[in-house]
Write a protein that binds this ligand. Structure first.
Ligand SMILES: [Fe+2]
Length: 161
């Protein structure tokens, strides 16, 4: 039995990572760290992250009453997680970041998303709504694709340099 508050926390973290993923693509582009070919591949990923964020938010809203979820707690965790992720990015990139580091940071971020959705999928049995587990598993597959794509970009980039 996983406590409700812990499930709320994990949901909040997953949503916060979605917010951070979108923000980090914008920031890496504005810092000039991503090449045009990367941006072309990463913009659709960013859009998908936006869809995932919206879908998770509306699903949580829909089931909150039935599940006894505290939406405010979920929201505050997601904001806090997004903030933490920004700080991690700053630390990771350091003083003189390059494209390779930018791509590797995205791998780190997508890796965190994969892990969080894996964890959510494993606690989905504690959630009454069947839709929840289905949605989490769908997003998990997309996150695995994101991680695979970012890893591929990082590998291609280092071989060109
Ligand atoms: Fe992602």
């Amino acid at each position: 039995m996983v406590e409700k508050e812990l499930i709320e926390q994990k949901i909040g973290e997953a949503i916060g990572l979605e917010i951070a993923a979108q923000k980090s693509v914008d920031e890496l582009v504005s810092k000039g760290l991503l090449k045009a070919e990367h941006e072309k591949k990463l913009r659709p990923m960013q859009e998908e992250a936006n869809t995932q964020q919206n879908e998770m938010n509306s699903l949580v809203k829909e089931i909150a009453e039935d599940e006894g979820f505290d939406i405010e707690n979920i929201n505050s965790v997601s904001n806090e997680t997004a903030l933490k992720a920004s700080k991690i990015m700053e630390t990771y990139l350091g003083e003189e970041p390059d494209t390779q580091e930018a791509l590797e940071f995205l791998c780190l971020a997508e890796g965190a998303e994969v892990t969080h959705y894996e964890v959510l999928a494993s606690v989905a049995k504690e959630v009454k709504s069947r839709k929840f587990g289905t949605k989490v598993r769908d997003i998990l597959k997309e996150e695995q694709n994101h991680l695979e794509m970012c890893t591929k970009l990082a590998k291609q980039n280092i071989n060109k340099e």
